[in-house]
Write a protein that binds this ligand. Structure first.
Ligand code: GLC
Length: 550
């Protein structure tokens, strides 16, 4: 493990909690969470034991993709508050010793952004048009899209514009929603704008950026046709796509690395890059690029000892080879919560979601049991771990959302064929007996909360032995006490193919991914994801053990 300076290398071992602002805490009761809401609840995160928070976008946006369609990178959307509210939140977080990471969306802006509106108005051949990817259509009258690319959210990745004189114009590229035009990163002007945006937020004291679609900014010149292999998804087998993972993106991150360094040695960039294999993903975290990359290969690994061993080995080797820590993540705002996902074999593709018609439905009890076991395994691994809001409460995916309530563009762009990601984005419960389970005081909620939410409320779990919340708190406290994030691991070998385990300093971690019961070595159990007694480890359970003498 690379030698770490605790002050500047905090991110090598940090546990980072993802706040999804619109669903975290709502201070003004309009049904959408906001920054003052985040500020008011930071104490609970400190108490949980995390080191940092990452906030999904709260910048000015028409919210066609829940804020990942940014119309002003340097302001706060009134839905979430003001820049002053951000400053208050940052001060409160820093006062509690929590780092603050924000989301940066550089692949595309909102079509409402002044830059795009100016590009439309300025007309063909203008400097303004060159900010985005406009191309003439094919066909006799340009009536066909410039190439065959599909949007990640379904439907074509191109939309034709109408010029101000009413004539049909060229098409613009949007790898995501129609309201998210892709920037043209061959244009130095775009580079300059993003350096300014980075500096704006660094001066405002943020500790880092989670970089959205960090594998997408550069496209192959000429924009050649591409047909993905069947079954691909945003995270699927699209490694040969002419819009993902092009070498040119790395020069951008080297440039940003230098911008961050102007502000000291401890600010970070984290890549959201759905890139395979891991040995390619780690190009994003070479010493002069980003500090972290989400390990989605780990997120997509089934709850199975053999697969887990493979992905952990491959991750430690790949990240280690460039001197970066591995990250570990099981849930976020784009995937089915792991409490439900791990009870589905096989799980649907990333982004597809589940809903009322999904069969079979995940069993909540099985899912929670596996999720806690998977979390106990993850939090013992060396490197940095991510937690998505609500997983510490054991929240399942909200499956029975009515179609009329859905908001994810995936649902609309696939004509309802894919449910999309709303099920993991429902406002979280704080108090069992309060309106909207304490999300606010009015009971309003931008997505309806399931009837079961009060059972998962934080106040129903605080101090309750065996609750998921107390289990997370214990795990994080022990992880910190034994410095597991900074340790090297030694695998233990088992006869049973369902069992996986390792030693990390004084702690022995054993996970049983099967259904049978296995014998445990001697020692004191300091953490158990379920119930282990009499030296026996039941199925779908993970324990942390201290050697008898320890
Ligand atoms: C990222 C975000 C996702 C968003 C997409 C487009 O994958 O995590 O929520 O829809 O980028 O910005």
């Amino acid at each position: 493990m690379a030698s770490a300076s605790p002050a500047t290398d905090w991110w090598r071992t940090a546990v980072i909690y993802q706040v999804y602002p619109r669903s975290f805490a709502d201070s003004n009761g309009d049904g959408v969470g906001d920054l003052p809401g985040v500020t008011s609840r930071l104490g609970a995160l400190k108490d949980l034991g995390v080191d940092a928070i990452w906030l999904s976008p709260f910048m000015t946006s028409p919210q066609h993709d829940a804020g990942y369609d940014v119309a002003d990178y340097c302001d706060v959307d009134p839905l979430f508050g003001t820049l002053a509210d951000f400053d208050d939140m940052r001060d409160a977080a820093h006062g509690l010793g929590l780092k603050v990471v924000i989301d940066l969306v550089p692949n595309h802006s909102s079509s409402d952004h002044r830059w795009f509106q100016e590009a439309l108005a300025a007309g063909p051949g203008s400097e303004e048009r060159a900010r985005y990817i406009f191309r003439e259509g094919k066909g006799k009258r340009g009536e066909l899209p410039p190439n065959n690319w599909d949007s990640v959210f379904g439907g074509p990745a191109w939309t034709r514009i109408t010029e101000s004189d009413g004539t049909p114009g060229p098409w613009y590229l949007h790898l995501f929603d129609i309201s998210q035009p892709d920037f043209d990163w061959t244009n130095p002007w775009v580079h300059e704008q993003f350096r300014n945006i980075l500096r704006f937020w660094l001066e405002r004291g943020v500790d880092g950026f989670r970089v959205d679609v960090a594998h997408g900014l550069v496209k192959v010149a000429g924009l050649p046709d591409y047909t993905p292999a069947p079954g691909g998804s945003m995270g699927g087998d699209t490694s040969d796509a002419p819009y993902w993972a092009q070498d040119g993106v790395h020069e951008i991150y080297r440039d940003w690395h230098r911008v961050l360094a102007e502000f000291g040695p401890d600010r970070i960039l984290t890549a959201e890059a759905w890139v395979k294999p891991l040995s390619k993903l780690t190009d994003w975290v070479r010493p002069d690029e980003m500090q972290q990359a989400f390990n989605f290969g780990y997120l997509e690994t089934p709850w199975d000892a053999i697969s887990l061993r493979k992905v952990v080995d491959a991750s430690l080797e790949a990240f280690g080879s460039v001197g970066a820590p591995s990250t570990w993540v099981l849930s976020n705002h784009d995937v089915i919560r792991h409490t439900s996902r791990l009870a589905l074999t096989p799980p649907p593709l990333q982004g597809a979601g589940i809903g009322p018609d999904t069969q079979p439905k995940p069993d909540d009890a099985v899912g929670l049991r596996r999720a806690r076991a998977a979390t106990a395994f993850m939090l013992a691994l060396p490197g940095s771990a991510y937690i998505y809001q609500g997983e510490e409460l054991g929240l399942p995916e909200a499956i029975d959302l009515p179609d009329a309530a859905r908001q994810d563009p995936t649902f609309f762009r696939t004509g309802g064929e894919l449910y999309g990601r709303d099920g993991c984005r429902v406002p979280i419960p704080w108090e069992a007996d309060a309106p909207a389970s304490g999300f606010n005081t009015t009971g309003a909620s931008w997505l309806p909360q399931p009837a079961s939410w009060p059972l998962y409320a934080r106040d129903a779990q605080v101090g309750v032995p065996g609750s998921t919340l107390e289990f997370y708190r214990d795990a994080l406290a022990l992880r910190s006490e034994h410095a597991l994030g900074a340790a090297d691991i030694d695998w233990l070998e088992f006869d049973d193919a369902d069992v996986i385990g390792f030693r990390s300093g004084a702690v022995t971690v054993i996970a049983n991914t099967g259904a049978g019961t296995v014998e445990l070595p001697a020692g004191r159990i300091v953490l158990c994801s379920g119930e282990a007694g009499d030296g026996l480890l039941p199925g779908d359970t993970t324990v942390w053990i201290l050697a008898a003498a320890g």
